[in-house]
Design a protein around this ligand. Structure first.
Ligand SMILES: Cc1ncc(COP(=O)(O)O)c(C=O)c1O
Length: 387
């Protein structure tokens, strides 16, 4: 068997490597506490699960769905954007449901990137942005996110010849892994930049509903003119604890959304319909669950930030997202520090370099760990630091 060059050049997916390390430890009978993956531990709200069960009983939902989703789901997405962000979307031309936002993020590169083209990608970032550009035959150009620039890309540092060869620009706020946030003014500048260089601006926004201390993250679509250049990817995974169900959406520029529809209709057959009905319930029903989840995450955030500062790590208090981005002590690399913690405490954290070379000097910890495990994990780190 001869694998494609594409596969040969692909680094193993970060979390697969971490899962393997955890499995090795567990096989040796050790208890591992993982702060590695941002996957909500709180169950999906009952009203949503009940709607799924009901819809699953209806034979009409046992057949192939349409790639472009139920009209009722597209309408529910548009209505949710209107209520949440005061943004008006046409459900027929500016909304497309996705089989989890990762699916759309992966496929959108195929709509715009030809061999030799560039995708402008933040570093550190969710790895799918750069990998999808490579799958399409293009190459990523990395925009460093550093503490000094508030973990926002400095557009002035992108050489004009690179911007001219670029077709796509990726942003993600609230940010994974740095937990940074962006405001409408910043998005306005990026929309201008995208216009100047004729780029498709893709904003990945799965964490807009996970926020603390009364902060309300904004949507790219709130910027006048954003729809002319932009797409925004969203997800029910983190907003409604539905990561296992695989449902998300993309909204924005109609021709770009249509291009993604064309790619998808050749590759997939849409989201199982019972899940689409559950998603409608999530978006239309009582939104009180979001605040309730955020109270839990905020309490954990406070506990984690305090514990990490006590062991001498430099940590900003995140206003949003499921993550704490912590500077590591001198004398380590991100990987060596994470490896040492795993070896000596059985606590798993993600090395910052898993998200790009500018993640060096940091580790990422997730807030999606049940309270008792979190307390034990933080206590293990504290007693390791004391010894
Ligand atoms: C920044 C970012 N984008 C997209 C996703 C994928 O989310 P989904 O479950 O909708 O595929 C994740 C998941 O962790 C993420 O962190």
């Amino acid at each position: 068997m001869r694998l494609s060059k594409r596969i040969d050049g692909l680094p193993p997916y970060l979390f697969v490597r971490i899962s393997e390390k955890i499995a090795e430890k567990k096989a040796r009978g050790e208890k591992v506490i993982s702060f590695a993956i941002g996957d909500p531990d709180i169950p999906t709200p009952q009203r949503i699960v009940q709607r799924l069960c009901q819809a699953a009983m209806d034979p009409a939902n046992h057949r192939y769905p349409e790639t472009y989703g139920l009209p009722e789901l597209r309408q529910a997405i548009a209505a949710w954007y209107k209520r949440r962000f005061q943004v008006t979307l046409d459900p027929d031309t500016e909304v497309l449901p996705l089989i989890g936002s990762k699916e759309g993020i992966g496929h959108v590169a195929l709509c715009f990137i030809d061999p030799g083209d560039i995708a402008l990608v933040p570093d550190p970032a969710y790895p799918v942005y750069s990998v999808s550009a490579m799958f399409a035959g293009g190459e990523p150009y990395f925009m460093p996110l550093t503490r000094d620039n508030g973990f926002l890309p400095d557009l002035g540092q992108i050489p004009a010849e690179v911007a001219c060869r670029a077709k796509l620009l990726w942003l993600n706020y609230p940010n994974n892994p740095t937990a940074a946030t962006a405001d409408v003014d910043f998005f306005r500048q990026v929309v201008e930049f995208a216009r100047k260089y004729d780029l498709v601006l893709c904003h990945d926004a799965p964490y807009t509903e996970v926020a603390f201390d009364g902060y309300r993250p904004v949507s790219l679509m709130q910027v006048p003119g954003a729809k002319e250049v932009g797409l925004e990817f969203h997800s029910l995974s983190k907003s409604f604890n539905m990561s296992g169900w695989r449902v998300g959406m993309v909204v924005g520029n109609a021709p770009a959304r249509n291009a993604l529809m064309r790619i998808k209709s050749n590759l997939d057959s849409g989201i199982p319909q019972a899940i689409q009905y559950a998603a409608i319930e999530a978006l239309q029903g009582d939104q009180g669950c979001i605040e309730e989840h955020n109270r839990t995450y905020q309490r954990r955030r406070d506990q984690m930030v305090k514990a990490l500062r006590e062991i001498g790590l430099e940590v900003n208090l995140p206003k949003a997202s499921l993550y704490v981005w912590a500077g590591i002590p001198e004398g380590y690399t991100s990987e060596s520090f994470a490896a040492r913690l795993l070896e000596e405490t059985g606590v798993v954290v993600t090395p910052g370099t898993g998200y790009g070379k500018h993640g060096e000097g940091y580790i990422r910890l997730s807030l999606t760990v049940p309270d008792d495990e979190m307390a034990e994990g933080l206590e293990r780190l504290a007693s390791w630091s004391r010894s």
